[in-house]
Design a protein around this ligand. Structure first.
Ligand code: GLN
Length: 406
């Protein structure tokens, strides 16, 4: 006799949604997807913002030495002492801020984790988070994952290519209310290249104080500045030291985006909460790379001057190539992206244009819609990253000449 298969005795499976409502509410990162498409079509990757040139030799050596010296186990969960000390010293020197490395710094897996850990640490369900748009695409899903409600405020593009992106003070004020927990700032800004002025930051401070809101400021591009632009940390403004979470990291300043070392700096009370969330998210950032981070943050001032000058040269290489190809460009004052207006090409939207660029022209870019709350708002924009070698940028310029309108 053949025994009955055990499966016949299983109860009928009840059907339930497999994934959470939260996970349904956002898509995969378009930036990371464009990198995969660049691989697929053999295109030049001007989409995801990572350098295609080497990191500084002394930093790589420091990482190799740390591994050889067996710094291969967990660092302290909120960061290796040497790196926290180096962060505090650097912030004192550049921002004039006195930071206690024992109580006010949390080292995370990149500034990406620092941002989500901060939001998870401060928000309750239904809290409002004010976000300028266009925005770095992570902030939208970050708000959803932390059960917060994003309130988007427009950064209006300049009428002239060399003009500044600006927010309207009344529009910003209207986004604040009793439920506002925080505003997310990103200066220098991705994707617009805007560098927030002191007057703008003072206006934002006024709203933060009036509404009891925090500022979470992503300053990962702090050293990548052009045309005399000055980076100002909102934490340095009177009244903001205790209500600011300052986020930064090694990725952009030291050309090591794959190392995943970033940090959040905040008052002890905020840091306590951020550290707890961080501990259970990731335990810690890579220990040997944190040691190398201490070396990186101790580089002389000339390193930062050269970094900015090199990025300026790269910006000024790609800008004319885009203009010649027919793009309307917005000239960045900081960070390493050029936002463009693609209206003159006559494509139906940014996504179809970016598809044409990656498949037919061999250049990956990021469709503007991935920086906006509604695709329509970015349908005439495309972003290019210029953190690339001269050879890469020259080849991109050559290919851009093939772009034709529809
Ligand atoms: N900041 C980079 C960009 O905007 C990418 C960051 C990432 O993919 N984690 O392209």
């Amino acid at each position: 006799m053949v025994p009955k298969s055990s499966s016949t005795r299983l109860p009928r499976a009840r059907s339930k949604p497999l994934v959470s409502e939260k996970a349904e509410r956002f898509t995969e990162s378009v930036i990371r997807d464009m990198t995969r498409q660049a691989h697929l079509y053999g295109a030049i990757n001007l989409a995801q913002g990572f350098p295609d040139f080497p990191a500084p030799a002394e930093i790589k050596r420091a990482a190799q030495q740390a591994i050889a010296a067996d710094v291969n186990q967990y660092a302290i969960t909120w960061g290796a002492k040497s790196l926290r000390q180096a962060i505090a010293t650097k912030m004192k020197k550049w921002q004039g801020l006195e930071i206690d490395p024992e109580a006010e710094i949390t080292v995370c897996c990149g500034s990406t984790e620092a941002m989500i850990a901060s939001l998870l640490a401060i928000t309750n369900a239904g809290d409002d988070i004010v976000i300028f748009e266009p925005f770095y695409e992570n902030y939208g899903p970050d708000a959803i994952l932390s059960d917060a409600r994003p309130r988007f405020v427009t950064l209006h593009p300049p009428a002239e290519p060399a003009g500044e992106w600006r927010f309207d003070e009344q529009e910003l004020r209207a986004a604040f209310g009793p439920r506002t927990k925080a505003i997310i700032l990103n200066t220098p800004n991705n994707p617009t290249g805007k560098v927030f002025t002191r007057a703008e930051l003072e206006f934002i401070r006024g709203l933060c104080l009036e509404f009891g809101a925090l500022a979470i400021t992503d300053e990962i591009y702090e050293h990548i500045l052009y045309d005399g632009a000055r980076h100002i940390s909102i934490a340095t403004l009177d009244g903001m030291r205790e209500r600011t979470i300052t986020i930064n990291g090694m990725s952009k300043t030291y050309s090591v985006t794959g190392w995943r070392v970033g940090w959040a700096v905040a008052s002890p009370a905020l840091t306590n909460a951020i550290r707890k969330v961080h501990d259970f998210l990731t335990v810690g950032a890579p220990a040997p790379l944190q040691e190398a981070g201490a070396t990186a943050l101790s580089l002389p001032d000339s390193y930062y001057q050269e970094l900015a000058a090199a990025y300026r040269a790269r910006r000024d290489r790609l800008l004319p190539a885009l203009q010649q190809a027919g793009f309307k460009t917005f000239v960045p004052r900081g960070a390493y992206y050029i936002m463009t207006d693609i209206s003159s090409f006559g494509f139906p939207d940014d996504v179809s244009f970016a598809q044409h660029l990656v498949k037919d022209i061999g250049i990956a870019s990021v469709p503007g819609s991935s920086f906006y709350s509604h695709p329509q708002l970015g349908a005439r924009q495309v972003r290019f990253a210029f953190c690339k070698t001269d050879a890469t940028l020259d080849e991109a310029a050559r290919r851009l000449l093939q772009v034709r309108g529809r």
